[in-house]
Design a protein around this ligand. Structure first.
Ligand code: NAG
Ligand code: NAG
Ligand code: NAG
Ligand code: NAG
Length: 573
């Protein structure tokens, strides 16, 4: 290893050939920069002055104290997986959530009640607050939720409230103070865990993962009075009949013989178990019999709570989204990604890899050989590294589907490998083929966590940029004429604390020059352009890294805007 750590101030470097880079070089404002030639290979600029090492030493200290606090809090995070050799297995679910009631004429029927707390959304007409309903009687054959009102309180207005907001919209109660109606239900069982009244995540991964599961995470976390994780031993997830309103959703769940459900999608199965150690219930789980929900939790409408990627963008979707101050999202999404990483025993986005730690401690520069056009000898350094501990340059592509596809992505990968020829570099390497994320959220989080630069086309896979370290780069490719498509990715980059770059061809496929945007159109990349930009972007990443990480740290530690659950339920939730 040692020969590798040559203590030198390396500089981004440009040789003959690339006019773009030459331009960057000549316009550099720092006179102390110099060129260094090493065969035909060059080294990437990493640092100057006090930023030697991986990040500035003051930030490094801040990071460490954040991580200490985080690890202290995270000892409360209940693990729901066994992870061995990077294989994840869900722990068995807990079935201790239902109490069957014997058919007995002396059965007691407790009154229902509800309690809500105001949230910071209370200025939105339909959002409501966080509400806990107790002793709700559910008649599954008619899909009616009965609220058994204490007649001695019937003059109070709040016992007449029958409408509450769930993330999908209205949750209606049928209010009665007639015990005969309740008795006739002949309740068969009590569900003893607080049920989160919810709806299934969208069939599209990006919308399901970012717009349904993320708000589910942060509202539940707030209801549990700790904004950075969920205690899955306290919550059970329940989907109302709203499941039916969107038929494709039904195919995403498999009914078990006991009436409980299992998500079919692997990623959802994994995140479901992080939310709850109890099986997933739906309105069809009860064999047509009637049950009582001891506690039902309503986290309000999702409208002001879902992702803020724009008004026009969401208008034709099932769930509308509305703008909301971005800073709220930024903390919430950071916490969401950190929670998932923690649940998988993966490193925080704020934690350095082992080679980055080493650079930091030795105050050394990262060394990444870059090859320019004239480099013919693609030397590999003699570094023995059994386990890769650094980061990746990744070309994400939807291979072979001919829409929203980068046609010559293989060529791009090939040229990236030429430009970054050291395949064993412990800091940064090129993923040696086109990449696509799979359905395994663990693999996804683990991989995305170590991507420094992601080149990809508009698509759901880009939502995994959520796991990328602050300051890492999302390099978006749009089809010709579709510059405006980057609207929501710029937004993602902003919310996820990433740098964003965009490449759009000058001409459409078949040489067209009209201004029509066909978002499904495949794109032919200009490899030379992109390779040049990649080199520049990596230099920027090094330059702005400390700033991005510092800002993200500031955002995640600001919990001044966190909402609270209704009082009196702290122990139950
Ligand atoms: C760990 O996983 C790898 C790849 O999946 C496999 O080749 C290896 O044998 C596994 N090791 C153990 C100890 O199970
Ligand atoms: C409420 O319950 C009563 C008694 O079961 C029933 O007659 C009535 O139709 C229900 N109301 C609604 C709105 O479903
Ligand atoms: C529904 O029927 C299944 C299979 O007999 C049983 O395991 C389950 O407990 C029943 N659920 C309820 C709520 O009665
Ligand atoms: C790298 O390894 C090769 C073969 O293993 C050896 O011939 C060469 O001298 C080594 N280079 C350096 C710089 O150590």
């Amino acid at each position: 290893m040692n020969q590798f750590y040559v203590v030198t101030l390396f500089v981004v470097f440009i040789t003959i050939g690339y006019t773009g880079l030459t331009y960057v070089y000549s316009s550099l404002p720092f006179p102390q920069f110099y060129r260094q030639r090493q065969d035909e290979l060059t080294k990437i600029l990493q640092n100057y002055d006090d930023t030697r090492g991986w990040i500035s030493s003051s930030l490094y200290n801040e990071l460490n104290s954040f991580l200490v606090t985080r690890n202290y809090k995270n000892r409360n995070v209940k693990k729901t997986f066994v992870i061995k050799n990077h294989t994840v297995t869900n722990l068995p679910l807990n079935y201790d959530y239902i109490k069957f009631i014997k058919d007995d004429p002396t059965k007691i029927y407790p009154y229902s009640s509800w309690k809500c707390s105001e949230t910071s959304n209370s200025d939105f007409e339909t959002s409501g607050g966080y509400c806990v309903l107790t002793n709700i009687y559910y008649q599954s054959s008619t899909d009616l939720y009965y609220f058994f009102r204490d007649p001695s309180f019937q003059e109070q207005t709040d016992t007449r409230r029958d409408t509450f907001m769930a993330p999908y919209g209205v949750f209606k109660l049928n209010i009665t103070d007639n015990i005969e109606i309740i008795k006739r239900l002949n309740v068969a069982a009590t569900l003893t865990r607080p049920l989160l009244i919810n709806y299934p995540p969208d069939t599209n991964y990006a919308h399901g993962f970012l717009e349904a599961c993320a708000p589910r995470f942060w509202t539940l976390a707030e209801c549990q009075s700790h904004p950075s994780y969920i205690d899955p031993t306290k919550i059970q997830i329940y989907f109302t009949s709203y499941l039916l309103h969107y038929e494709p959703n039904r195919n995403n769940y498999r009914r078990q013989s006991d009436g409980t459900y299992i998500p079919v999608r692997r990623w959802e199965q994994m995140i479901q178990s992080m939310f709850s150690i109890y099986p997933l219930l739906t309105y069809q789980s009860f064999n047509g019999s009637n049950v009582m929900f001891q506690y039902a939790l309503l986290t309000g409408a999702n409208n002001p709570r879902v992702a803020a990627w724009g008004h026009h963008y969401a208008t034709n979707r099932m769930f509308q989204s509305f703008p909301f101050p971005t800073v709220y999202y930024r903390r919430a999404y950071l916490a969401y990604s950190e929670w998932i990483l923690t649940s998988f025993n993966l490193k925080s986005k704020f934690e350095l890899t082992s080679v980055q730690e080493e650079l930091q401690h030795k105050k050394l520069s990262e060394q990444i050989p870059i090859c320019d056009q004239t480099c013919s000898n693609h030397k590999k350094n003699n570094i023995s590294s059994n386990e890769f501990t650094g980061e990746w340059i990744v070309v994400l592509n939807r291979v072979g589907i001919r829409h929203r596809e980068m046609i010559n992505a293989d060529e791009l990968v090939r040229y990236l490998l030429k430009a970054f020829p050291d395949r064993k570099n412990p800091y940064l390497r090129v993923w040696p083929k086109q990449f696509n994320f799979n359905d395994n959220l663990y693999d996804t989080a683990r991989m995305a966590r170590s991507i420094r630069l992601l080149i990809g086309v508009h698509g759901a896979g880009l939502s995994n940029t959520l796991f990328m370290r602050p300051g890492a780069i999302l390099y978006e490719v749009n089809p010709y004429g579709c510059r405006h498509l980057s609207f929501n990715f710029k937004r993602w980059a902003n919310v996820f604390n990433l740098q964003h770059a965009l490449w759009v061809p000058f001409k459409g496929e078949n040489g067209r020059t009209d201004d029509v945007c066909d978002r499904e159109e495949p794109t032919t990349l200009n490899i030379k352009d992109i390779i040049n930009e990649v080199k520049g972007l990596l230099k920027d990443e090094a330059e702005y890294r400390t700033g991005y990480i510092r800002r993200a740290l500031k955002i995640i530690t600001d919990t001044s805007i966190v909402d609270r659950p209704p009082s009196g339920f702290e122990k139950i939730l």
